[in-house]
Design a protein around this ligand. Structure first.
Ligand code: 4AD
Ligand code: MG
Length: 481
């Protein structure tokens, strides 16, 4: 008799003489009904014990959170709420759980409380559903790229270049913190450091991915990235996972096509394969919505929102068009925005992005061709427009409820233009000699983007705080677990 998961037992859908299952007790009702969950599915299996056949002392140990091993017969259930249940023949306690102190009680807990108990929060329906969806999404990401001829590349986590410009970095050092070796002019002597130079945790794998795109053609990275920015928002983590495809001979239009196709594909994978978890989270959100005033309620349910993205084209809008819309929109004229948009060149804040996506277009939007001076050095410079303004071939993919889901660009492939840009921004050529080499030997048009994996998980699960879609969030002042 092999142990089956609850998911397997419920899926087999036929009465079976002898089954065995292991899991954690969710509830034990009327000294008779154990709701057992093993994490394999959102659904519990009901285990029915005839208390006359069991020692009272043993049944007392069937407490919420206890790990148990049950054998018995899988039969059609007479009760409501499940089609099959186990009539228990043997019951073994694998691990007791003190129900008085066990943090995960069978009641509603706040997300703040569960964050403090992140080591146990996946014992709840909500967090087990989120983490199964996260796992499934991760698989869908690799599946998409694998089926579309991309090679997976593991870019380094410790990096010697800090020129990406994506954000503040975390230093990696083995020097004595109290008495670091100093150079003659009093600076820290990094030649004595572990790598013989100053190193940091990476903010992005892009620059390294570009080198592989320019040899393997189509590559992607999917790994952890780190940002030491002090931004305590519901959409920022200090450690997050980024998906970065990079493709040779592809221009910005191709990059937009890739981003849209990729996102639709992984979302439809989830619709096809994770229905139980989606339905559970959808119901949770609907219950949540009922407590809100009518006007603030969302028009679409969770699954409808995902379907909407899969079935509709993303709207492609240039930065210049977006500025025109924003300049003339009501919240701008009535000074409802915190940052009023007066002129071309302004950096867009999330309030502007959300207006465009949620109020104006009401669908995902890809903004492209941003002003050169608000974007990174490596983005492909356009010809100046008819008013002489300089833009780069950048794109940001904006999602309802999320804001920026992905950002990318066509890369500057012309050596002289790139060098000039680096000089203007005081970026050292010596440090990025290998990046410049790509422009010396067989340079070509190439493009890519980076998508924040947790933001995708937020969209799919409908969770409002990014700390609830990663197992152990790292944020300013917080690295517990
Ligand atoms: O826009 P970003 O900074 O772009 C880059 O790093 C490029 N090198 C990507 C590329 O072209 N290969 O980051 C990309 C995405 C953002 O759109 C956002 O979804 C996510 O990463 N992101 C974060 N997610 C969580 N916490 C943070 N602090 C994030 N910063 C960016
Ligand atoms: Mg960005």
């Amino acid at each position: 008799m092999t142990t089956k998961t609850v998911a397997e037992l419920l899926a087999q859908n036929v009465t079976t003489q002898d089954v065995t299952v292991k899991g954690w007790v969710r509830t034990f009702r009327a000294n008779r009904f154990i709701a057992l969950n093993d994490g394999s599915t959102i659904n519990n299996i009901q285990c029915v014990v005839d208390f006359e056949n069991f020692d009272e002392a043993l049944l007392k140990r069937v407490t919420t959170g206890a790990a148990i091993h049950v054998t018995g017969e899988l039969v059609e259930s007479q009760g409501k709420g499940q089609s099959f249940e186990i009539v228990v023949k043997t019951l073994e306690i694998l691990g007791d759980s003190d129900s008085e102190s066990y943090p995960i009680q069978p009641k509603k807990h706040s997300f703040e409380f569960l964050r403090e108990n992140a080591h146990l929060r996946t014992r709840t329906n909500t967090f087990s559903a989120i983490m199964r969806l996260r796992s499934s999404l991760s698989f869908a990401v690799h599946k998409y790229f694998n089926e579309n001829g991309f090679y997976n590349m593991h870019t380094p986590i410790i990096t010697g270049s800090d020129a990406e410009g994506a954000g503040e970095m975390f230093r990696v050092s083995t020097l004595d913190q109290k008495k670091p070796p100093l150079t003659e002019d009093g600076n820290i002597d990094h030649t004595k450091n572990f790598f013989g130079k100053d190193t940091n945790l990476t903010v992005s794998g892009q620059l390294e991915a570009e080198t592989y795109a320019m040899s393997l053609g189509k590559v992607y990275t999917f790994g952890p990235t780190f940002r030491a920015e002090n931004s305590n928002t519901s959409r920022h983590l200090s450690e997050f996972w980024m998906i970065e495809p990079e493709v040779a001979f592809m221009d910005l239009a191709g990059n937009m096509d890739l981003a849209e196709d990729f996102m639709k594909s992984v979302l439809s994978y989830i619709l096809d394969n994770n229905q139980d978890d989606l339905e559970f989270l959808e119901k949770r959100l609907l219950d949540d919505e009922k407590t809100k005033p009518q006007l603030e309620r969302s028009e679409l349910s969770l699954i409808e929102k995902i379907k909407f993205v899969v079935d509709n084209n993303f709207k492609r809008v240039s930065y210049t068009e977006a500025i025109d819309i924003l300049r003339n929109c009501k919240p701008n004229k009535k000074k409802k925005f915190k940052y009023i948009i007066n002129e071309w060149g302004a950096d867009l804040q999330s309030e502007h992005e959300r207006f465009l996506v949620e109020k104006h277009f009401k669908c995902p939007v890809i903004l492209f061709d941003y002003p050169a001076n608000i974007k990174a050095f490596y983005m492909r410079l356009n010809e100046p427009d008819n008013e002489g303004r300089e833009t780069v071939r950048a794109m940001d993919v904006l999602f309802p409820g999320i804001g920026e889901m992905a950002g990318g660009s066509q890369r500057e492939e012309r050596l002289d233009v790139l060098k000039e840009k680096m000089k203007a921004l005081d970026i050292s050529e010596e440090e990025l000699w290998w990046y410049l080499d790509l422009r010396k030997y067989g340079s070509a048009v190439h493009s890519g983007f980076g998508l924040g994996f947790e933001r995708l998980v937020m969209f799919v699960t409908g969770m409002g705080n990014i700390r609830d879609v990663i197992p152990y969030p790292r944020t300013p002042q917080n690295a517990e677990f």
